[in-house]
Design a protein around this ligand. Structure first.
Ligand SMILES: [Zn+2]
Length: 191
């Protein structure tokens, strides 16, 4: 039956950036600290504080764009993605929508001696949400992860087999590791 189908895969990868502070405020981006100790009024969704973009997060995203042959947008902007979620108290995420930082790149992979170019549709910056920890009949919320800088790398649907999907992700991970912008720890959910 599977022979009746054609495999077409596109991918969307989030990677946490290894900056010292968070993407829109001065509070620290450190993993593994006691819950709710690495926060600020912005992370907690309090009224008043204004987001200030972390220059290093932009530099890191641009490095990934250049390493994957992307075009760098001369002008780009952030947008609010509104949705209600228990671990997103301000009810929107700051992300990029119609004008991402980087677009139109590619990554070349090789599977069984066959090369394939996987197009990179776009790379944009966004903030991470907080983390819900589900314990039996209760849910705890840790705000430390809020506003940790993420890049989202969106591929074209050029991936034609699970083996190619694997090769693409490994290649992408190598690029991020080489650029030293990401801590490579899959267990922490960094990728
Ligand atoms: Zn904060």
């Amino acid at each position: 039956m599977l022979n009746d189908y054609e495999v077409i895969i596109g991918s969307e990868v989030h990677a946490q950036l290894l900056t010292e502070s968070k993407i829109f405020y001065y509070c620290k981006n450190i993993y593994g600290k006691e819950a709710n100790t690495q926060t600020c009024p912005l992370c907690l969704g309090m009224p008043g504080p204004l987001p200030v973009l972390n220059k290093k997060a932009v530099d890191f995203a641009l490095k990934v764009g250049l390493a994957t042959g992307c075009k760098i947008a001369p002008f780009s902007r952030f947008a609010r993605k509104n949705y209600y979620y228990p671990d997103l108290p301000k009810s929107y995420k700051i992300s990029q929508y119609d004008e991402p930082l980087c677009y139109d790149g590619e990554i070349t992979i090789k599977v069984k001696e066959r090369e394939n170019k996987i197009g990179i549709t776009r790379i944009h910056l966004e903030e991470d949400a907080e983390k819900s920890i589900h314990n039996n009949d209760e849910t705890l919320i840790d705000f430390n992860q809020c506003s940790v800088p993420l890049i989202e790398i969106v591929s074209e649907p050029n991936i034609r087999s699970p083996e190619e999907a694997y090769a693409y992700l490994i290649k992408l991970k190598q690029v991020l590791e080489y650029l030293e912008i990401y801590d490579c720890n899959m267990e922490k959910g960094s990728l």
